[in-house]
Design a protein around this ligand. Structure first.
Ligand code: FES
Length: 239
């Protein structure tokens, strides 16, 4: 076991656990965007930033708990850093409900950076979901720097993609939400066979832009009370 101090409170946690897990064990809430307990930690968004005793700012989801470590999760420096990060994230995804909620929570009232509306914060959750939970490896990162984005190999519809909707489910900013029949992105299935992009399980995943499946190509007719599943329509068939 490893003993450390978070906000002055002693906590013991298994060897190899992260600072985020240690804080969660104490019931201390640290905001996260790119972290999911069922996936490997990636450290992309930095929103889980915490301050160590020596003044360093580190991401709690990737930093291992160490013996005797002193950690502050809500110091003035940490709060300032989180506000700045939320501002930066909002500048690339201004219409994200999740980011807007975070901004309100952290008293971010304006965005001082040029707004680009890229609808993706490159957190990599969809890539990890596809690889680690769905074992499909159908999508990944391409390019570097400001040209970095997520897509299928060669921007073509991937045979490895089973249209499970896992990427859609996990996306914190809804970049891969239902884009309708004219979807420009290969990541979105445009409701093509063999299976609908929006399986029944996601029928209540109401993105702030509209429920998934609203383009109507994979769902036909109203749901009956005893039917949980919308009928799968054929290729490009309209309601
Ligand atoms: S949640 Fe830790 S870096 Fe994103």
């Amino acid at each position: 076991m490893t003993k450390l101090y978070i906000n002055g409170i002693e906590v013991e946690i298994e060897q190899g656990a992260s600072l985020l897990e240690a804080a969660q064990q104490l019931g201390i809430e640290i905001p996260t965007l790119c972290f999911h307990p069922g996936l490997s930690a990636y450290g992309a968004c930095r929103l889980c930033v915490v301050e160590l005793g020596d003044g360093r700012l580190v991401s709690a989801c990737t930093y291992p708990a160490q013996e005797g470590l002193r950690v502050r999760t809500h110091s003035p420096r940490v709060r300032r850093a989180r506000r700045m990060l939320i501002e930066l994230l909002l500048s690339i995804c201004p219409s994200s409900k999740r980011l807007q909620d975070l901004a309100a929570e952290h008293q971010v009232e304006r965005v001082r950076f040029a707004v680009r509306d890229e609808r993706c914060i490159l957190c990599g959750l969809c890539v990890r979901m596809c690889a680690e939970q769905m074992m499909a490896h159908a999508i990944g990162f391409v390019n570097r720097g400001y040209r970095r984005r997520i897509t299928t190999p060669f921007d073509l519809r991937s045979d490895a993609c089973r249209r499970c909707g896992g990427c859609l489910y996990i996306c914190p900013v809804c970049e891969v939400r239902c884009q309708g029949v004219g979807a420009p992105s290969a990541v979105c299935g445009s409701c093509t066979p063999p299976a609908p992009t929006c399986p029944p399980v996601y029928e209540d995943l109401a993105c702030y832009m509209g429920a998934t499946g609203e383009c109507g190509t994979c769902v036909r007719g109203p749901r009956t009370p005893d039917s949980h599943s919308p009928t799968v329509a054929g290729r490009r068939e309209k309601v």
